[in-house]
Design a protein around this ligand. Structure first.
Ligand SMILES: NC(=O)c1ccc[n+]([C@@H]2O[C@H](COP(=O)([O-])OP(=O)(O)OC[C@H]3O[C@@H](n4cnc5c(N)ncnc54)[C@H](O)[C@@H]3O)[C@@H](O)[C@H]2O)c1
Length: 365
C-alpha cells in the first residue's frame, strides 16, 4: 500500500498529539486497539500516514527535524518520547501574516522574515514538489484568516488535498469551495470536531432533548484550558468565526431555533496550569411534558489534543481516498461528520451514515 504523504502547517500541540499518537499505536501495534474510530478506512490503516513536509514561523522550530520540533516550547504534549516519524523532515519557513496573536507573541518568537512572500511561496511550492506532499493539514492558530487563505491557495496550486482543522471558513466558504471544485482538489473543513469534545457532547444532548419532544429554552457551553490555543482565544477579535462555528454546530440541531440571547457557546478563559487539559461546562434548560421545566449540567474533562488527533487521523484518510478517486471540491459528507462548520450541517448519526455510503460508493468503483 502506498503511504499517504502529508504536509503540516503549524507544528503546534495538535500536530504533536497526532504524530505522537501514531507513534504510540506503532509501538503497541499488537496489543492496543483502543481509541480509534477506524483502524482502516478503505485500504488505509493509520500506519500508512507519513509526514513528509512541515511549515511554521517559530524561530525555535524552523530548521529543526520535525521529530524534535514537536517537543519544542511552547508545545506541551509529551505522551511518547523520541518519535521516529518525521526524522528526515526539516521544518521550513511559512509567511507569518496574521499567524501570531498578541497574547501568544510572548511565547512564540517568529523567525525574522527576510524573504518576500513571493519568494517564500516559491520555496514552499518547491518543498511540496520535492517531498511529493499530497495532502496539507492546516493547524494554524485561531484567527489566522490571511495565513489560512495563503495556504489554501498553495494547496490549489500544488494540487494537494486540504484539511482545514481551524475555525477559518474555507471548505464552507462558497468562493473557496468553488475554487477547490474548479481545481478538482478535495477539501475537508472547517474547524475539527473533537473525538469526545464539548461540541459533539453538546450536540448529542441537544439532539436527545429534541428527539424526546422537549423544548430547549437556554443553553451554554463554557470551555477553559491552558495551552497556546486558549491563550490565543483571549484575543476576542480573533474569535468571530470560532464562535460562529461552535454556536452553529449546536444551534443547527434545534429545529425551532434559539435566539442569540439564549445560547452561549465559546471559550471563556485561559488557566495556565491546565496545559492541554480542557474543561467544558454545559448547561441545558428547557421544558418537557406539560411544560414542566428541567435542566441538566455536565462537566467534561479531556485532553484537548488527543481529542483533535483522534479525528484528524480519519480526515487524512478520507482526503486521500478522494484524491485516489479524483474527487474534488468540498467533501460534504466527511466534513459534516468530522468538522464543526462543514459546508452542509447534518445530524451526527446521518453524517456518519452518509460518510460510510460516500466511502462505499467510491471504493466500489
Ligand atoms: N481540540 C483541539 O485542539 C482543536 C479543535 C478544533 C480546532 N482546533 C484548532 O487547531 C488549531 C491548532 O491548534 P494548536 O493547539 O495546535 O495550536 P498551537 O498554538 O499549539 O500551534 C499553532 C502553531 O502554528 C504556528 N504558526 C503560527 N503562525 C503561523 C504561520 N503563519 N505559518 C505557519 N505556522 C504558524 C505556531 O508557531 C505554532 O507552532 C487552532 O486554530 C485550534 O483552534 C483545535
Amino acid at each position: 500500500m502506498k503511504k499517504i504523504r502529508v504536509g503540516v502547517i503549524g507544528v503546534g500541540n495538535c500536530f504533536s498529539g497526532l504524530i505522537q499518537g501514531i507513534e504510540f499505536y506503532k509501538r503497541n501495534r499488537k496489543t492496543i486497539k483502543i481509541g480509534l474510530m477506524h483502524e482502516k478506512i478503505g485500504n488505509y490503516s493509520i500506519y500508512d500516514i507519513d509526514f513528509v513536509s512541515a511549515f511554521d514561523v517559530a524561530e525555535n522550530k524552523i530548521g529543526k527535524k520535525l521529530c524534535d520540533a514537536i517537543y519544542t516550547c511552547p508545545n506541551c504534549v509529551n505522551w511518547v518520547k523520541n518519535v521516529s516519524i518525521g526524522k528526515d523532515v526539516i521544518v521550513k519557513e511559512s509567511p507569518l501574516l496574521d499567524g501570531i496573536g498578541i497574547y501568544t507573541a510572548s511565547l512564540i518568537k517568529p523567525k525574522k522574515q527576510t524573504k518576500s512572500i513571493k519568494k517564500l511561496r516559491e520555496e514552499i511550492l518547491e518543498e511540496i514538489r520535492k517531498t511529493k506532499t499530497e495532502i496539507l493539514i492546516n493547524y494554524l492558530p485561531v484567527g489566522a484568516q490571511k495565513a489560512s487563505e495563503f495556504w489554501a491557495s498553495i494547496a490549489i496550486e500544488s494540487k494537494c488535498g486540504f484539511i482545514n482543522c481551524i475555525p477559518v471558513f474555507i471548505a464552507s466558504d462558497k468562493a473557496w469551495g468553488t475554487k477547490f471544485k474548479m481545481a478538482h482538489i478535495p477539501v475537508i473543513g472547517d474547524d475539527i470536531k473533537s473525538q469526545i469534545g464539548a461540541t459533539i457532547v453538546h450536540r448529542t444532548l441537544t439532539k436527545l432533548c429534541v428527539d424526546r419532544g422537549a423544548k430547549i429554552n437556554r443553553t451554554y457551553q463554557i470551555n477553559v484550558g491552558g495551552n497556546t490555543d486558549f491563550l490565543t482565544m483571549l484575543e476576542r477579535n480573533r474569535l468571530e468565526s470560532k464562535k460562529i462555528s461552535k454556536t452553529e454546530a449546536v444551534r443547527s440541531l434545534i429545529p425551532s431555533g434559539i435566539e442569540d440571547r439564549n445560547i452561549y457557546v465559546g471559550p471563556s478563559d485561559f488557566i495556565p496550569f491546565l496545559g492541554n487539559t480542557k474543561l467544558a461546562f454545559i448547561r441545558i434548560e428547557g421544558k418537557m411534558f406539560a411544560e414542566i421545566p428541567f435542566n441538566m449540567e455536565l462537566r467534561l474533562e479531556v485532553d484537548d489534543k488527543a481529542n483533535s488527533a483522534g479525528v484528524a487521523i480519519d480526515a487524512i484518510r478520507y482526503c486521500k481516498i478522494a484524491l485516489d478517486h479524483n474527487v474534488g471540491g468540498p467533501l460534504i459528507e466527511p466534513s459534516a461528520w468530522l468538522m464543526k462548520h462543514p459546508p452542509l450541517q447534518m445530524g451526527d448519526e446521518e453524517a456518519k451514515k452518509k460518510t460510510e455510503e460516500w466511502l462505499m460508493n467510491l471504493t466500489m468503483i
